[in-house]
Design a protein around this ligand. Structure first.
Ligand code: DQA
Length: 154
């Protein structure tokens, strides 16, 4: 397990492109909650679970790769919604392969109910688990799943 900040395991949440527009972006698909509201829910749940949480959003693939690289040896778990990069990014896949911690892939929408290209995920076969179609609740469930895994490692 990675280093702990103040005794709490560190969990990183990465939100990919266009997720900063939640609330305004296709609300019929993604709901009306903003990213700030989702991050606040995650922060509350992390506090309840005695985890330390950092949320990061970027519209740029390279910055997401940089962030994943910086996670090596630092975080004990990662939640990632790569947005559209899910379907295209070998660079994000390769960066995730550096990690030796639980990684949960989350999608707000049920990507299987949508266009065919959204059914493909470049990371589905290398993550610990995936949650799709449950909106913001998916992130909370991902955090709980990571907490459970970390408990088991103790
Ligand atoms: C998404 C699904 C992707 O297909 C899309 O490009 C997104 C959001 C989701 O959370 O449902 O940006 O990852």
């Amino acid at each position: 397990m990675a280093a702990k900040a103040g005794g709490h395991a560190q969990i990183l949440v990465i939100h990919g492109p266009n997720l900063n527009m939640l609330g305004k972006r296709e609300p019929e698909v993604y709901g009306r909650q903003t990213l700030k509201e989702i991050d606040a829910l995650l922060a509350d749940e992390a506090a309840r679970l005695n985890l330390s949480l950092e949320s990061f959003q970027s519209n740029q693939e390279g910055l997401i790769v940089d962030k994943i690289q910086q996670t090596v040896g630092q975080a004990s778990g990662l939640i990632i919604n790569p947005g559209a990069y899910t379907h295209t990014s070998i660079a994000i896949r390769d960066a995730l392969l550096l990690l030796d911690i639980p990684v949960v892939e989350v999608h707000l929408s049920n990507t299987y109910k949508r266009e065919a290209f959204r059914r493909e995920s470049m990371i589905a076969d290398i993550v610990t688990g995936r949650i799709v179609g449950l909106g913001a609740l998916g992130y909370i469930l991902a955090l709980q799943a990571i907490a459970e895994r970390l408990q088991q490692q103790r």
